[in-house]
Design a protein around this ligand. Structure first.
Ligand SMILES: C[S@@+](CC[C@H](N)C(=O)[O-])C[C@H]1O[C@@H](n2cnc3c(N)ncnc32)[C@H](O)[C@@H]1O
Length: 225
């Protein structure tokens, strides 16, 4: 069961129309924005990529054209409606696997993936679950593999315009307002990630952060230490 403070467990009509909703929110630019983010991951033919919270499978399909038929794409999600759309979209592709799996619970992967991707999901978890997800990714990645986090950037919400404060405090989940204040590089560093790179989108409110697995992780530590 997810936190009562999250909104990333998308269900019902919102889930059934998720892609359309995102296109409307982004004024028709969502597909293009995701294409730019995925292009920046520099996925190579034959790469194995893990997508945590893979949603409707739209992103997996975009990755497929880079990973090619020799690649392996694994999408994890718990949303029934989201998964149904992903199955329709890319469930028939032989090198795509879709699994009903809570990403904060132990994952059945050890050093199997070249890249891992989590898009607009991580902000919706309590701190201890963020730690578990990061530890899961650390274990699932091959040495030198890269963890890509596409999510809200880090900023001081108190200095942002009224409509941004409104969006983060009244529309988004309370966890999102905490996420923008989090030094995620520090957390990743404690789990053996480094060699960070980033690309900013949407007036710098959204960040694609790449973190390379540079050493064995110590397991879950504690936030704010
Ligand atoms: C905001 S949507 C993002 C979907 C997709 N990553 C994208 O960028 O289009 C969040 C997704 O995370 C999934 N999700 C939420 N909590 C999860 C959990 N604990 N384990 C696995 N998936 C989860 C939801 O079902 C939903 O598909």
């Amino acid at each position: 069961m997810g936190s009562p403070r999250t909104k990333v467990e998308v269900k019902g009509a919102e889930a059934r129309h998720y892609d359309l909703l995102m296109d409307l929110i982004m004024l028709g630019r969502y597909q293009h924005f995701m294409e730019m983010a995925i292009a920046a991951m520099n996925i190579q033919p034959g790469d194995a990529v893990l997508d945590l919270g893979s949603g409707t499978g739209r992103n997996l399909c975009m990755m497929e054209k880079y990973a090619g038929p020799e690649g392996r794409l694994v999408g994890l999600d718990i949303g029934q409606e989201m998964m149904a759309q992903a199955r329709t979209r890319c469930g028939q592709m032989p090198h795509v696997e879709l699994m009903f799996q809570r990403i904060e619970e132990p994952l059945p992967f050890t050093e199997e993936f070249d890249q891992a991707f989590i898009s607009f999901v991580l902000h919706g978890f309590e701190d201890e679950d963020k730690e578990r997800i990061i530890a899961n990714v650390q274990k699932a990645l091959k040495p030198g593999g890269v963890f890509w986090i596409l999510d809200y950037n880090e900023f001081d919400l108190s200095h942002k315009p009224f409509f941004v404060k409104f969006a983060f405090t009244k529309v988004e989940c309370p966890l999102a307002a905490e996420f923008v204040a989090l030094d995620i590089r520090k957390v990743l560093g404690r789990h053996g990630f480094g060699d960070f790179q980033q690309k900013l989108f949407a007036w710098k409110y959204v960040r694609l952060l790449g973190a390379r697995k540079v050493s064995a992780g110590p397991g879950a530590g504690s936030f704010g230490s």
